[in-house]
Design a protein around this ligand. Structure first.
Ligand SMILES: *Cc1c(COP(=O)(O)O)cnc(C)c1O
Length: 389
């Protein structure tokens, strides 16, 4: 009998947060509880019709059936360049400054492999999307967690990073609008990041997944529009959240050509790019009818307003988000993140995410995703109230 002993890189990982949540939810369902899932950030609405129609048409074209280019079709990258020009007034060379991704998660997971040697430090936010830390570990890097604290508006305090960490730091991940805290970056914060990165020789990777999922006419800045950002950094983006395309697996990275080139080199040795028909549909998403966007914003605004009014009534503390589809809520007196989430599942049939699951500094918070209807959110509030919350 062979013993299938896992590699150390897998053994060092904590259980994947969402796998754990799925298991708990399945258990509750098996016990006959009528569960409302406010846990995972996956849009519940369908992909807009024009995008689906374009895929159907492009899928019939035999020329799309062959291996795609690993850096992506030039037409798709041109379309991304057009989006950046219009959205952020950033001019990108589609040949060298953009690479297509099989979802931004793929790009985030592969970037440290291109630049991190064993022992190099990567600055990662905490709480955060888990992939920044895990991809660092896979590359043999050492994550240094920058706590995102309420008193700093959930922005990392760059001044507190010790000098010996800075000496070894080669890369930094940031993400605004932020998952899980729903925090926003100011233009001034991005300027500080560029200045800091330049001074300490640190490559900056900004995750912009929620750029269009906004309320109250808020327009989040792209990191790349910060003066000097193209010299030191790059940005990940995705069609997943903006166009309800999480299942399609299409995203892109843009920015400094050496960073994009390094990521492309890793990709050319691992994957063979995105199905071209999906890229053609991606062009339709970026350039076609945009009437979905105001509809999406109206739907999530309505949900947010229902949730925030309910939370206020229950005396729960959370800042009303202006972007993302998350509310980052302080647990009530007497609870920890874990006990609060367990209480909500056991007594109200609500799946929520414990803040510390995204990293220790998330302790004391839990996250609710606006990925169910306003009616369901209202019901969730009513159930919370009945449990004495
Ligand atoms: C959803 C999400 C992504 C997007 O993932 P895709 O792989 O593009 O679907 C990236 N970053 C964060 C923070 C997210 O929440």
């Amino acid at each position: 009998m062979i013993k299938f002993d896992k590699a150390d890189r897998l053994k060092q990982l904590p259980p994947y947060l969402f796998a754990e949540l799925d298991r708990k939810k399945a258990e509750a369902c098996a016990r006959g509880i009528d569960v409302i899932d406010l846990g995972i950030g996956d849009p519940d609405l369908p992909t807009p019709d024009n995008i689906i129609a374009k895929l159907a048409e492009a899928a019939r074209e035999p020329k799309h059936h062959q291996y795609p280019s690993y850096i992506g079709m030039i037409n798709f990258r041109e379309s991304v360049a057009g989006w950046y020009q219009k959205r952020a007034n950033v001019t990108l060379d589609p040949a060298k400054e953009i690479v297509s991704l099989i979802g931004s998660k793929e790009g985030i997971a592969h970037t440290p492999l291109a630049f991190i040697n064993p022992g190099d430090v990567v600055l990662v936010p905490s709480p955060a999307y888990p992939v920044y830390k895990i991809s660092t570990l896979f590359a043999g890097g050492v994550p240094y967690e920058m706590p995102l604290l309420k008193e700093n508006d959930f922005l990392p305090d760059l001044k507190t990073i010790p000098a010996d960490v800075l000496n070894k730091a080669k890369m930094m991940f940031i993400n605004y609008p932020n998952n899980p805290t729903a925090a926003e970056a100011t233009t001034d914060f991005f300027k500080q990041v560029v200045e800091f990165a330049d001074r300490h020789n640190i490559m900056v990777c900004h995750d912009f997944a929620y750029s269009e999922m906004t309320f109250d006419n808020y327009i989040p800045p792209s990191f790349l529009e910060t003066p000097g950002a193209m010299e030191i950094g790059m940005e990940f983006h995705s069609l997943s959240k903006t166009y309800n395309m999480t299942g399609w697996r299409i995203g892109f990275a843009s920015g400094n050509s050496e960073i994009i080139g390094g990521l492309g080199q890793i990709k050319s040795n691992i994957d063979s790019g995105i199905f071209e028909a999906i890229q053609v549909a991606g062009i339709e998403a970026l350039e076609g009818d945009q009437s979905w966007l105001p509809k999406m914003r109206a739907i999530y605004t309505d949900r947010r307003d229902v949730l925030m009014a309910g939370l206020r009534k229950l005396g729960l503390k959370a800042k009303s988000p202006r972007a993302t589809f998350y509310a980052w809520i302080e647990v009530p007196e007497g609870y920890t993140s874990a006990s609060c989430v367990a209480h909500l599942l056991d007594n109200a049939g609500l799946v929520t995410t414990p803040g510390n699951g995204f990293g220790d500094p998330g302790e004391g918070f839990f996250r609710i995703a606006l990925t169910v209807s306003s009616e369901k959110l209202q019901e969730a509030i009513d159930r919370m109230e009945k449990t004495g919350f």
